[in-house]
Design a protein around this ligand. Structure first.
Ligand code: HEM
Length: 419
């Protein structure tokens, strides 16, 4: 007889309120309490859900024979963060085909293009920052990355439109874990950005807008599905937002990076000399240490037994991203900020998962991970080598409940000067 056991249960008819109240720590708190990396709960209207964490859990979660994504993401997340019928909700060959489209945009040349764009747009900002008493870094970088994302993706953006689109793109990722007004702001932003991009795709297809090959706008507008048909313009809009929105979301990591520089002044010196590519380790540690994506959801494809538990077809499963990136069996002193932990560390697709795990091409791992690292490197280099600033007294506390988390003050800087 195969081994079976009753895994711990977080009692209650629906624990969604507890999940919202505890945010990033809901799964970790219970894992600590039960001394296990697996437990059962009830979420999203009382559905049975299994929460898992750690390297073995990541391996099983990314086994395509065992899990599907369709029907796993809550409706409120599709209405804001993902959009309907986006790549995140696809499975099997159709997913793989669509994923190739995303990966084809991430060539070395195109990554170099975005790094160059980020630097150029940041440099342009210095003059206006120098004339201000103080600037709020997060909002500034959201706007910079909105300009960069549109330019890189081939999407035309008038200067007068910048603030509006930046607010909307920010609302899309800021609302993913929200209820109430923040959620509604995200829904309104989704409707309006999809309409905006649909019109642009229509212009491209009608030959009224010139767009360069290899940009997301061009490649997505002319991409043919496995049946040789163009994607519906609505889907192109949704997938273009899957490029623009997360590029702007790098603002969250950049702001945490600025916080790390402030909290660990010695890091700044090490980044200035950048021996042995220190900047790479610093960026990796920012992505590991600070909270961003809390967990992922999938549904069981077909019954299987794992760790003594019967996973039944249709069960909801949550993979603890934040908890795995702080798992004591993977990370020595996980709650210490220490970029050197990445020194000589071998790549492992299953233990360091700020942007998902497994294979980029065959699974759902984030296709924008290399791009994120490159953009972060430029932002961090800019902060340490191209500007000087002071950090006035402010509330830098970041919550482990609000999703996504951010320093309360959004990181205020004063006395900015070019270096
Ligand atoms: C801001 C930093 C980012 C974070 C924290 C992040 C995080 C993630 C995570 C956790 C996933 C889910 C992986 C899974 O379901 O297994 C994901 C998927 C995805 N990300 Fe990112 N991401 C970031 C940046 C980007 C960028 C810059 C892009 C594109 C330019 C991007 C595009 C996508 C897409 C299209 C997917 C869906 C992939 C699929 O379902 O196959 N992300 N990301």
């Amino acid at each position: 007889m195969p081994y079976r056991e009753q895994i711990p249960i977080d009692r209650g008819i629906d624990n969604t309120a507890k999940l919202l109240l505890e945010g990033y720590t809901y799964i970790t708190n219970r894992r600590k309490r039960y001394g296990r990396d697996i437990f059962e709960t009830r979420l999203l209207g009382g559905q049975k859900a299994i929460c898992i964490a750690g390297e073995e859990a990541v391996k099983v979660f990314y086994d395509k024979e065992k899990f599907i994504r369709n029907g796993a993401a809550p409706k409120r997340v599709r209405q804001t963060l993902f959009g309907e019928n986006a790549i995140q909700t696809m499975d099997g060959d159709t997913h793989q085909y669509r994923k190739e489209l995303f990966m084809s945009l991430m060539t070395k040349e195109r990554l170099a293009d975005i790094s160059e764009l980020v630097f150029r747009h940041l440099e342009k900002k210095i003059n206006s920052w120098q004339g201000q008493n103080q600037v709020v870094f997060y909002y500034e970088i959201v706007r910079v990355l909105t300009s960069v994302a549109c330019e890189w993706a081939g999407v035309p953006l008038r200067h007068t439109e910048l603030r509006k689109r930046a607010n909307q793109l920010e609302a899309l990722f800021d609302s993913g874990g929200a209820i109430g007004p923040r959620h509604w702001k995200g829904r309104i932003a989704r409707n309006s950005t999809e309409i905006w991009l649909k019109k642009i795709v229509q212009q491209v297809r009608a030959g009224n807008l010139d767009v360069a090959p290899k940009t997301a706008l061009y490649e997505m507008s002319w991409y043919q599905d496995p049946n040789g048909e163009l994607l519906h313009e609505q889907i192109v809009a949704v997938e273009l937002l899957n490029i623009l929105r997360p590029i702007v979301a790098i603002a969250v990591y950049a702001t945490f990076g600025a916080l790390a520089l402030y909290e660990h002044p010695l890091e700044k010196e090490r980044l200035q000399t950048n021996q042995d590519h220190y900047i790479e380790r610093f960026v990796q540690e920012v992505r590991r240490y600070y909270p961003f994506f809390p967990f992922l959801t999938a549904r069981v494809r077909a019954d299987f037994l794992w760790k003594g538990h019967d996973f039944k077809k249709g069960n909801l499963v949550l993979l603890d991203i934040y908890g795995t990136n702080h798992h004591p069996e993977i990370w020595n002193q996980p709650n210490r900020f220490d970029p050197d932990r990445f020194l000589g560390r071998e790549d492992n697709f299953y233990d360091f998962i700020p942007q998902g795990g497994g294979d980029y091409y065959r699974g759902h791992r984030c296709p924008g991970e290399w791009l994120t690292i490159e953009v972060m490197k430029v932002c961090m280099d800019f902060l340490v080598n191209h500007v000087e600033y002071t950090v006035p007294k402010q509330d830098l506390y970041y919550s482990k409940i609000r999703i996504p988390s951010l320093p309360s003050s959004r990181f205020v800087m004063s006395n900015i000067k070019q270096r």
